[in-house]
Design a protein around this ligand. Sequence first.
Ligand SMILES: Cc1cc2nc3c(=O)[nH]c(=O)nc-3n(C[C@H](O)[C@H](O)[C@H](O)COP(=O)(O)O)c2cc1C
Length: 338
Amino acid sequence: MKEINDKAREMMKGYCRVCKVCDGRACAGEVPGMGGLGTASSFKSNVEALEGIRVNMRLLHDATEPDTSTSLLGYDMSMPVMAAPIGGISFNMGGAITEDAYTDAIVGGCKAAGVVGCVGDGVPPYIHEAGYASIKKNDGLGIPFIKPWEGAELDEKLELARAAGCTTFGMDVDAAGLITLRKMGRPVSPKAPAELAKIIEKVHSWGARFVLKGIMTPDEAALAVEVGADAIVVSNHGGRVLDHTPGTAEVLQEVSEAVKGQLVVFVDGGIRTGVDVLKMLALGADAVMVGRPVSVAAVGGLQEGVEKYMETLRGQLVGAMVLTGCKDIASVDINVLF
Ligand SMILES: Cc1cc2nc3c(=O)[nH]c(=O)nc-3n(C[C@H](O)[C@H](O)[C@H](O)COP(=O)(O)O)c2cc1C
């Protein structure tokens, strides 16, 4: 990973410093870029909230070879981790590799590691085109996240993603706050429940599933259940859309309790190590998404970089599960936390 990170630091010069800990400090305000919006308080809160949580060490047990596998939304995965959707290599990461090479690395690397890669959306169109092409190449194993566009663009992209063989579709509703899209004059907006219900009904009529990304409160999680979503992602978009939100680890427990058993709960934001994954599972997530560090691995090492990153994270998760006495993912609960 050191080699991959060193290479990425060179290739992402001026866009990402590939810091020892990716915590939003050095890149505050760099949107476009890899940073958080404004003071980057939301990005920093994600990392700080996780840092503030402690785990109970337990060794008097027989969980010596924990099983990290899980099944979610019809995907059998080697661990409850996905690569978060991230788009815009040229204006966010410096463009040292193409968007196609990037999404191939993410989707292919995740598939090889037994997890699922997500792809993003935006302007220009090569962002979603690259993502859908990579998903198609990988037999539909990837989740496209489409922005909450106004007008026909949303339907058009759903159809394009469907043609690529996707079985799960996502929408990052929180992208309604994205400064990059506003600058490009492309309208995105919050989505009223009635409109969302219609979109989800359409996706369900294809026998597919729908994920709503950008949920930060229990009331909106309950609304996600009402409109028929199959999953939510507790997320503040890595702190890129609104300054001064809480960290996702601060809101996760309350949000997941509000919808327990009714839909799948993902979370992202500031997850950097296997212990962080364990903490999020203990707070009620079914799985997590990792953003920036996977991007860095993809730029620095392409598919191999992503595979290596996932392998490293799984090794750390196994270690954390042994030291906290968790024999499998289902047995991770709040008692893991101090
Ligand atoms: C450069 C960049 C581009 C992103 N593009 C998208 C996108 O196209 N769609 C989306 O749903 N989220 C996007 N995100 C948000 C990520 O999916 C994710 O929520 C966030 O990065 C998680 O936080 P982390 O990077 O601290 O792990 C983007 C984030 C970054 C840093």
